[in-house]
Design a protein around this ligand. Structure first.
Ligand SMILES: NC(=O)C1=CN([C@@H]2O[C@H](COP(=O)(O)OP(=O)(O)OC[C@H]3O[C@@H](n4cnc5c(N)ncnc54)[C@H](OP(=O)(O)O)[C@@H]3O)[C@@H](O)[C@H]2O)C=CC1
Ligand SMILES: CC(=O)C(=O)O
Ligand SMILES: [Mg+2]
Length: 753
């Protein structure tokens, strides 16, 4: 990967990522139950006939009875795949699947990729136009110029749903937002800047048109293609290029850039040379947006001109000017008002919302993602990051409002405040927090001790952890670990830090330390010395206690309880704290935190109340306002039973402690989670479904967590261990390499502690 980039992976990893499990990146999931004969009769024949007739009578009912209203087709013929060129429809599929998952991930828009095997514009247009009934919108992608201009224009005229060529307008909107802010930071006026656009294709032409419409003067823009400057004397230009032909003596990109304020690259990797950057005006603005590799890398550009503001299309450098900031949110707004088109008013509203958002105070989670470096609007933060949680509220709302104001909304929003609240809760914040935790780890890499360095799954995790740039893995194991690493494809195994208790120089000190702790707990010095040398958990925990690492991960080779007992010989819980385990269950729209799933068989009232407080704190750190339910088979005394007293006592303790979150109990899980059941208990203090479930005992907690992991559709993180003085984590024995990496990232980042 490129110099200075903070995300590293090999080609083999990129292929393995796409091949792993179900090949590709998307699957379709039924949104209704399909369990019984009755379900099938309703979903299909005969029940389905009823909505069929209703839609035939009134086509707008398709939005009520089918997925149309939230479904966008991502359509390409592969003639301009990123900056890789014309590699055909089939080869474009990974990118189109990628766009489809970004729609879902960032804006909860359902999306399907369609690759059409034709370079005949008429055939393409007919195929797309015929699909109008299926979709709420059409996102055209990676179709080369000039065919893309004709295709989009014709489809916009023929279709009554939004048709949006992302490479043109998505890119133009983000570029405009970034340019507004870069000019603001360098005290420039759009009407005065001299701009050189490299590339004269879909993205470049649309960006140029938009910035000219926003006030950049036509005679201050020079566009270049592969043959150099597009000037009035050229006879090889089509109508789209000649509309931007300049009256100029310059013939090459290098000449055009002398004294220029702005470089907009929408061409190909490496097209901008450092010697050209040197010749640009003071504080040059360089947007090198070619993908996957930019026209110039930020380190190269900054080396040539330290005063430059540099942006790329990639997520692994600061200032990502990429249409991913646009299309998910623009379609969200357009779909929500059933817009017939995405017009200029909606595009400008999106660009302004993005530009303004970057200037607002940066929320803590975004600052963390920038490693605490870019606390505010500035040269390394001219545009919001795609995982900024505010995008989902602000951009769709601005787009929907513009659609209503410009008369293309078929289903105007009546209550904008309620709409914005609905947007905020539409995405599960855990996903954003997890991405942020990964980014924060990259920005502030820590040393994580992997106690079971002789296990392949652990070594795969350590490789991912290191290559992902999250930190330095410290492996505990014998020298044979190097052979295992080599067998796993690592060329330079010795570059991993491996600590072997047999040869570690500080074993004597470690033994003294541990003997001091254990001499009055029935251990002889020689037993302690043997433990230090032979037990990897003891040795690893001593490394953590003595500051040789920032966090510790163990768990795949021994049962949970055994790992805990060993760790507790060396490490202390936090003062007045009983450590406990949380399973975090993550669905598309919800996250649930369940505790104690791993340690205390019959927690006391005091322990239950402590757990509630600490689990609520973890929920908050993961972006959720906690609503705690103390779970039982009984709800508010019905039925009565012998084990309920400590749950009730825990509620009273929280009353006394005057905690700042909602809690209630005892209650059965259906009362905690199902709004209809909660209505039966109007005095309950929970204002919504509980998201923190404090279980009455280890039996029910551990069984529930494991059942949910094995049977449920949700992703599960954990168990995560809370309440230790040092960040030590014990994984499930069945943990995968990526489970271990997540635990390492959460532990090192202090999200669970
Ligand atoms: N960051 C982002 O969000 C986005 C980035 N892009 C990137 O922009 C680039 C172009 O995409 P798109 O417009 O869809 O593709 P097109 O195929 O429509 O256009 C490509 C253009 O780039 C020009 N070009 C290629 N190589 C060079 C070079 N070395 N010097 C000057 N011009 C060159 C071509 O010139 P000619 O006309 O002479 O063939 C053509 O005008 C790609 O790298 C793509 O990844 C695109 C969309 C979004
Ligand atoms: C980002 C994008 O759409 C492209 O590079 O084509
Ligand atoms: Mg594209």
């Amino acid at each position: 990967m490129s110099e200075g980039s903070n995300v590293k992976f090999s080609d083999a990893e990129a292929l393995a990522f796409h091949a792993e499990g179900r090949p590709g990146k998307i699957e379709i999931i039924a949104s209704k139950p399909m369990a019984t004969q009755r379900d099938l009769s309703l979903a299909y024949s005969p029940g389905v006939a009823v909505p069929v007739r209703a839609i035939a009578e009134d086509p707008s009912k398709a939005y009520d009875y089918t997925a149309k209203g939230n479904l966008v087709a991502v359509i390409s013929n592969g003639t301009a795949i990123l900056g890789l060129g014309n590699l055909g429809a089939l080869a474009s599929k990974p990118v189109m699947e990628g766009k489809a998952v970004l729609f879902k991930r960032f804006a909860d828009v359902d999306s399907i990729d369609l690759e059409l095997d034709t370079e005949d514009s008429d055939a393409f247009i007919n195929a797309v136009a015929l699909m109008e009934p299926s979709f709420g919108g059409i996102n055209l992608e990676d179709i080369g110029a000039p065919a893309c201009f004709i295709i989009e224009q014709t489809l916009r005229e023929r279709m009554n749903i939004p048709v949006f060529h992302d490479d043109q307008h998505g890119t133009a909107i983000i570029t405009a937002a970034g340019l507004i802010n870069a000019c603001y930071l360098t005290n420039r006026k759009l009407a005065e800047i001299k701009v050189v656009v490299n590339g004269a294709g879909a993205a470049a032409i649309a960006c140029t048109e938009l910035i000219k419409a926003m006030g950049v003067r036509g005679d201050n823009v020079i566009m270049c293609d592969r043959s150099g400057v597009i000037h009035r004397g050229r006879t090889d230009l089509d109508q789209w290029k000649s509309a931007h032909a300049a009256e100029t003596q310059h013939r090459t990109l290098g000449e055009a850039l002398k004294g220029a304020d702005v470089f907009l690259g929408l061409s190909a990797a490496g097209a901008l040379k450092p010697e050209m950057v040197v010749e640009m005006a003071k504080q040059p603005i360089i947007f090198a947006m070619a993908n996957p590799d930019p026209e110039i890398t930020p380190p190269e550009a900054k080396a040539a001109r330290p005063d430059a503001i540099v942006a790329t299309g990639r997520s692994d450098y600061p200032n990502q000017v990429n249409n991913v900031l646009g299309f998910p949110f623009i379609f969200r707004g357009a779909l929500d008002v059933r817009a017939t088109a995405i017009n200029d008013e909606m595009k400008i509203a999106a660009a302004q919302a993005l530009a303004e958002l970057a200037r607002q105070q940066v929320p803590e989670e975004v600052t963390a993602a920038y490693g605490g470096k870019a606390h505010s609007f500035g040269v390394d933060y001219i545009i919001p990051a795609p995982f900024d949680p505010r995008l989902m509220e602000l951009v769709p709302a601005a787009v929907a409002q513009a659609a209503m104001d410009s008369g293309v909304a078929r289903f105007p929003i009546k209550d904008m405040t309620a709409y914005r609240a609905a947007l905020r809760s539409r995405l599960n914040p855990t996903n954003a927090v997890l991405s942020l935790a990964y980014d924060a780890a990259r920005a502030n890499p820590k040393r994580v001790i992997f106690a079971e360095g002789e296990e392949d799954v652990v070594l795969r995790a350590a490789i991912q952890f290191r290559d992902g740039g999250y930190g330095t893995p410290v492996l505990v194991g014998r020298d044979s670990v190097y052979d295992r690493l080599r067998a796993l494809g690592v060329d330079d195994p010795e570059s991993f830090e491996l600590l072997n208790s047999r040869t570690f120089p500080h074993v004597g000190e470690m033994t003294d330390y541990l003997y001091e702790r254990l001499q009055r707990r029935g251990y002889l010095r020689r037993e302690v010395a043997r433990m230090v040398k032979q037990d990897r958990n003891i040795f690893a925990a001593l490394l953590l206690a003595m500051g040789k690492g920032d966090a510790l991960i163990t768990g795949v080779t021994r049962p949970y309880g055994q790992n805990m007992r060993q760790l507790l010989r060396v490490l202390d819980p936090k003062p007045a704290c009983t450590p406990f385990g949380i399973h975090i269950l993550i669905g598309q729209h919800h996250t649930m935190f369940m505790a104690d799933t791993t340690v205390t068989e019959r927690p006391s009232a005091e322990q239950l109340a402590d757990m509630a407080e600490q689990t609520a704190a973890v929920a908050r750190r993961m972006g959720h306002e906690p609503r705690v339910a103390f779970i039982s088979y009984s709800t508010f005394g019905n039925p009565e039973g012998s084990f309920l007293e400590n749950l009730r006592e825990a509620v009273k303790l929280l009353d006394k402690r005057q905690v700042d979150f909602e809690y209630e109990g005892e209650m059965a899980p259906d009362v905690a989670l199902n709004p209809a059941m909660r209505d039966i208990y109007p005095f309950s203090r929970l204002t919504g479904a509980a998201n923190v479930l404090i279980m009455p005992g280890l039996q029910s907690a551990n069984i529930s967590a494991k059942l949910l992991r094995e049977l449920g559709g949700d992703a599960v993180i954990g168990p995560v261990l809370v309440g230790m003085k040092h960040p030590a984590q014990v994984s499930a024995m069945t943990a995968s390499a990526s489970d271990l990496v997540t635990l390492a990232v959460l532990a090192a980042g202090g999200i669970v502690e």
